[in-house]
Design a protein around this ligand. Sequence first.
Ligand SMILES: O=P(O)(O)O[C@H]1O[C@H](CO)[C@@H](O)[C@H]1O
Ligand SMILES: O=c1cc[nH]c(=O)[nH]1
Length: 290
Amino acid sequence: MKQIQASELIVNPDGSIFHLHLKPEDIADTIILVGDQGRVDMIGGFFDEIELTRQNREFRSITGTYKGKRISVVSTGIGTDNIDIVINELDALANIDLEKRVVKDTHTQLSFVRIGTSGALQKDIPVDTPVISEIACGFDGLLNFYADRDKISNLVMENSFLEHMNYYKKLAVPYFVDADPDLYSILKPGCTNGITISAPGFYGPQGRVLRLDIKDPDVNDKISDFKLNGHRFTNYEMECSAIYGLSKLLGHRAVTICNIIANRMRGEYSKDYKEGLKKTITNVLDRLSY
Ligand SMILES: O=P(O)(O)O[C@H]1O[C@H](CO)[C@@H](O)[C@H]1O
Ligand SMILES: O=c1cc[nH]c(=O)[nH]1
C-alpha cells in the first residue's frame, strides 16, 4: 500500500489533521456543515450533550448527541476553496490511517448535511423559507481539478446550460452534481427543491452590482428562465457544489438545505433570518435523528 508523504497529508504533532485540528475519534459519521462559525454553537444549543469543541481559524467543530444520535457540526467558512479543505480532511480522518499514512482497507461512508443561507432566483420563493438543493451547479470550477469530474456530473444539463447562457469562455466551466437521493428524500418535506448555484463570490459572481459593472447584466434573468426536464434554478450560495462533487468522488453522501435570506428577483431581504434558520435547524436535526 502506497504511503502518503508528509507534505501531502499534513498531521499536527498531537496527531490531529492540519486545518481542522481534529483526530479520527473526534468525528461522528453524520456531519452538519455550516458556513458561519457562530452557527456551530447555535446548533450545539439544541444538543443533549456536547463531548468535544475545537477551533482552528474559521473551522469550529463540535461533536455531541441530539435525541441520542451522535452528530458533529463543522464550520467551513465561506467558499468552495474552504470546502476542498474540509471534505478532504474529514474524509482523511475517516478513511486514511494517519499514523501509517495509508488508505484504510475498509471504507467509512460519511453523511454531510449543509445548513446554510441563500439568495432566491425565483419570485415565488419567499424569504425565510428553506430550499433543498436537488442538484448543485458549481460556477466555482473546483471540481474541474479532479480526474473523475465528468463521471459524477450531469453533462447533459451542463451542455444545455452552456448553450442557454451563451457562457463566457473565460469563466470556469460549470458542473452539475446530484444530492444523495436518500438524504434528499429524508430532508425534502417542507422545502422548495431545485438547482442551487454555488458562486465563487457574493457580488459580481452572483450578478450583484454595487460600483462595478458585471460582464452579463442579464445573467440572473437568463438563469431563472432555464428549464430542463422539470428542473429550474432556485438559489445562489457558495459551497454546495463542491460538497456534492467531492462527496460523490470520495463515496460519501451529501445534501444541502439553505434558508432564503434574500429574494434577488424581488429585491427583498429577511427582517430576522436567524429565527427562520433555527426552525430549519431543528427540523433537520429531528429528521436526522428519527
Ligand atoms: O450562511 P452560510 O452557510 O455561510 O452560506 C452563505 O452565506 C455566505 C455568504 O454570505 C456564503 O457562505 C453562502 O454560501
Ligand atoms: O444572496 C445570497 C444570500 C446568502 N448567501 C449567498 O451566497 N447569497
